[in-house]
Design a protein around this ligand. Structure first.
Ligand code: KG4
Ligand code: ZN
Length: 407
C-alpha cells in the first residue's frame, strides 16, 4: 500500500480531537477543540462536564478534520481511537463514535493507549522531518497532567513494547503546575501560565528542600560523579570520561526512578501561609474574574515580585527534578535516545534544560512540537499505524480503560 490514511480520535480528558495522518508520519489535518473555557471557573477538569462537551464537539471536530484533509469517510483506510488511560466517561464518547463509524463504514478500528500516542507524537514528527534513524534502546519521559512516567521503548518489526521503569507516586508534574497555579490565583491550566511568568522571577529566591521533591525510595545516585564504581545491585558503574554513556547492560536488580510532586505543592502552600500572601491572591482572583482571557501583561500586573520569584523557583525545582531523574535513568539503562513528550514537554525551561544537560551526557533528546506536546489526535493516528500494518484491530466489544497501562 502506498499511502495509508488513518483518522485518529482522542477524547481522554478535556480536548476533543480528530486528525488524519498519512502512513504514520505526515499530519494531513489536526483539529483540537479545547474545553478550557468550560473548566476554567472550577480550576480543574470536571469529568461530567468533559463528557458533555465531548458529545457536543465530536461530530463537528471529526467532520472538520476530514474536510481539512480533503478526505471522505469512504477514502479512509482505518480509524483509531484512544482506549485509555483517561476519564472513563470522556473516553467512552470517542470510543462509541469511532465504533459506530467503523461499523457503518466497514473499516478497521484500532484502539490506542494515550501514553503510546504521546511517544508516537515524537516519532511522527521525526519521520515527517525524514529522520528514520533513531537509535535504541530508547527512553521516553511522558510528562502530562495525569502522568509522569518513564518507559524503555523497544521496536521489533512493526511491534512496539514498553517497560515502565518509573512513575509518580502521587501527583503528576502537570497536576503540580495546575494546583500551584490555582493556589496562587493564576487560573487554569497552570502549566502554560507558570511557564510564561517564571521568566520574570528569580528561580533561586525560594529554596525547596530535597525532602519536598525527592522520592526517597531511589537506590542510586543521580549525579555521574557520585555514582558508585564496581556496581552493587542497583548502582551504575563508572561513566566514561567526558560524560559519554558507558555501554554495558543494566544491573540485574533494576533500579526504579519514581517521582513525587505532592510535597512541593504543600511547600508552596506553606510559603503562602507564612508570608501572608492570601490577601494578594484573593485580589488577583477578583481581578481575573473580570477578564475573559488574561494576557501576559494582565498576569504581570497582578503579580508582585515575591509571587514571580515563588513561581520561578517552583518551576526550577520541578524542572531540575524531572531532568535529573530522567538523565540518571538514561545512564542507568544505558539508552541511546531520549524522548520527552506530553503536555509539560511544552515547557520552555524543561526543554532548554534537557537539551543542555542531555548534550553534556552525549545523549540525543527529541521533543514533539508544542501543538503535538499537549493532547491531540494526530499522535493517536500515528501510534495506530504500526498496529494497522500488523493488523492489530480492535474487537467491536472493547471498552474504555480508565487506568490502562502501557506495555
Ligand atoms: O498531555 P496533556 O495535554 O493532557 C494530559 O494527558 O494530561 O497535558 C496537560 C498538562 C496540564 O497539566 C498543563 O498544565 C501542562 O500539561 N502543560 C504545561 C505546559 N503546557 C501544558 N506545563 C508546563 N509548561 C507548559 N508550557
Ligand atoms: Zn495527554
Amino acid at each position: 500500500m502506498d499511502s495509508c490514511y488513518i483518522l485518529g480520535i482522542e477524547s481522554s480528558c478535556d480536548e476533543t480531537a480528530a486528525a488524519v495522518v498519512r502512513s504514520g508520519e505526515e499530519v494531513i489535518s489536526n483539529v483540537v477543540a479545547s474545553q478550557i473555557a468550560t473548566h476554567q471557573p472550577y480550576g480543574g477538569v470536571v469529568p461530567e462536564l468533559a463528557s458533555r462537551e465531548h458529545l457536543r464537539a465530536i461530530v463537528p471536530v471529526v467532520r472538520q478534520a476530514l474536510a481539512e484533509a480533503g478526505q471522505t469517510y469512504e477514502s479512509l483506510d482505518a480509524l483509531a481511537v484512544t482506549q485509555g488511560p483517561g476519564l472513563a466517561g470522556a473516553l467512552l464518547v470517542g470510543i462509541s463514535y469511532a465504533k459506530a463509524l467503523a461499523f457503518a463504514l466497514e473499516k478497521p478500528l484500532i484502539a490506542v493507549n494515550h501514553l503510546e500516542g504521546h511517544i508516537h507524537a515524537v516519532l511522527l514528527e521525526e519521520g515527517q522531518k525524514g529522520n528514520h534513524e533513531l537509535s535504541f534502546p530508547m527512553l521516553a519521559l511522558v510528562v502530562s497532567g495525569g502522568h509522569t512516567h518513564l518507559y524503555l521503548a523497544e521496536r521489533r518489526g512493526e511491534s512496539w513494547s514498553y517497560e515502565n521503569i518509573g512513575h509518580t507516586r502521587d501527583d503528576a508534574a502537570g497536576e503540580a503546575f495546575d494546583k500551584v497555579a490555582k493556589l496562587l490565583g493564576l487560573g487554569y491550566p497552570g502549566g502554560p501560565i507558570i511557564d510564561r511568568l517564571a521568566k520574570h522571577g528569580d528561580p533561586r529566591a525560594v529554596k525547596f528542600g530535597s525532602s519536598q521533591i525527592k522520592h526517597p525510595d531511589r537506590r542510586i545516585s543521580t549525579h555521574p560523579s557520585k555514582t558508585a564504581k564496581g556496581g552493587a545491585p542497583g548502582t551504575k558503574g563508572a561513566s566514561t570520561g567526558g560524560g559519554q554513556l558507558a555501554r554495558h547492560p543494566p544491573p540485574p536488580s533494576r533500579a526504579r526512578f519514581d517521582f513525587s510532586y505532592s510535597g512541593i505543592k504543600t511547600a508552596v502552600l506553606r510559603y503562602v501561609e507564612t508570608h501572608n500572601l492570601a490577601p494578594t491572591i484573593e485580589e488577583r482572583r477578583r481581578a481575573f474574574a473580570g477578564i475573559a482571557k488574561p494576557k501576559l501583561d494582565d498576569f504581570l500586573a497582578a503579580c508582585d515580585k515575591q509571587t514571580l520569584n515563588l513561581v520561578a523557583s517552583f518551576q526550577r525545582a520541578m524542572v531540575e527534578d524531572l531532568v535529573e531523574k530522567t538523565l540518571a535513568a538514561a545512564r542507568e539503562y544505558d539508552v541511546a535516545t531520549l524522548f520527552v513528550a506530553g503536555g509539560v514537554a511544552a515547557n520552555n525551561e524543561l526543554r532548554e534544560t534537557f537539551e543542555r544537560e542531555a548534550a553534556e551526557q552525549g545523549l540525543p533528546v527529541y521533543f514533539p512540537s508544542r501543538p503535538l506536546s499537549t493532547d491531540n489526535a494526530a499522535m493517536i493516528a500515528a501510534a495506530a499505524y504500526p498496529k494497522f500494518l500488523a493488523k492489530q484491530f480492535a474487537a467491536m466489544e472493547f471498552s474504555a480503560e480508565a487506568g490502562m497501562a502501557l506495555k
